[in-house]
Design a protein around this ligand. Structure first.
Ligand code: NAP
Length: 243
């Protein structure tokens, strides 16, 4: 019996997990929503690094590792590639292409948090859509700034910040309303390439707002890379059918 271990955490991974039978395992860190309506097994929580993951692969008789984590979940991608090598199985990855700036966009790349803070210094009302990282820096907000931070879990507002708890997909109309309420003068985003969070870029374009984009992390080389769920699914179907 061929068993697949699918490392998830994004919408496309869930779409793949929905097609897997009961012998396969869908693995989640446990930060987001855990689906309870899948035919495959769902495993929640970390493995204790690459070695722990390699042990799990060996003990569970996993034959193929599929990395469908978020493009910024680089630690897990590195662990996956290393663990597959240690366990002597192949690692395939879904590597979602990034968004591309158009002629009307004012996108500015930043390498890391330190560069981002420097790039933000002339703005007053930044809107962060990077996940939880800004929450660690709420005590460092410069006096001229008010921050809006959107992440999975909201929390009470402070004098100079608001934390919005929300989960995509986000609609274009909803994003227009939000930008109008927040009066943001700059958007901060990862380049996730996800359709479900793309409308914010359209609104920034309409309003002529700059977008500070956090650089994508380097990801490890793997045996096969796919840029679409369909392409990956077809290869998985072939893998499962081949004796
Ligand atoms: P990360 O920094 O690459 O990973 C941190 C640790 O979380 C890993 O070392 C691993 O723990 C555990 N982990 C991550 N993904 C896992 C999975 N699919 N199954 C089991 N354990 C997992 O990841 P992150 O950026 O914190 O993201 C955590 C999860 O949220 C990922 O699955 C990712 O796909 C999803 N996500 C991330 C982002 C983002 O912007 N980073 C956005 C949307 C969704 P051990 O070392 O103990 O195994």
């Amino acid at each position: 019996m061929k068993r697949i271990l699918l490392l998830g955490g994004v919408t496309e991974a869930l779409a793949l997990a929905r097609r897997l039978g009961p012998e396969h395992v869908y693995s989640l860190a446990g930060l987001g929503k855990v689906p309870d309506d899948l035919a495959c097994q769902v495993r929640v929580g970390g493995y204790g690094g690459a070695q722990g993951l390699a042990r799990f692969i060996a003990e569970e008789g996993i034959g193929l590792l599929v990395d469908a984590t978020h493009p910024y979940a680089a630690q897990m991608s590195r662990n996956g590639a290393a663990a597959a090598e240690m366990a002597g199985i192949a690692c395939w990855a879904l590597r979602r292409p990034g968004w591309q700036a158009g002629p009307e966009d004012d996108w500015r790349n930043v390498a890391d948090w330190a560069e981002l803070i420097v790039a933000l210094k002339d703005f007053c009302r930044p809107f962060f859509t990077l996940g939880r990282e800004p929450l660690e820096h709420l005590h460092e907000i410069p006096p001229q700034q008010h921050w809006a931070v959107r992440c999975l879990q909201g929390q009470p507002a402070g004098a100079r910040y608001e934390v919005i708890g929300a989960r995509g997909p986000f609609s274009l109309d909803g994003e227009r309303e939000l930008f109008s309420r927040l009066q943001s003068d700059v958007l901060i985003s990862k380049n996730s390439g996800s359709q479900s969070t793309e409308p914010k870029l359209q609104v920034a374009r309409e309003l002529g707002l700059p977008v500070l984009i956090l650089k994508r992390p380097e990801l490890p080389a793997v045996a096969r890379e796919f840029d679409s769920v369909e392409g990956l699914w077809q290869a998985l179907a072939t893998y499962l059918e081949t004796p």
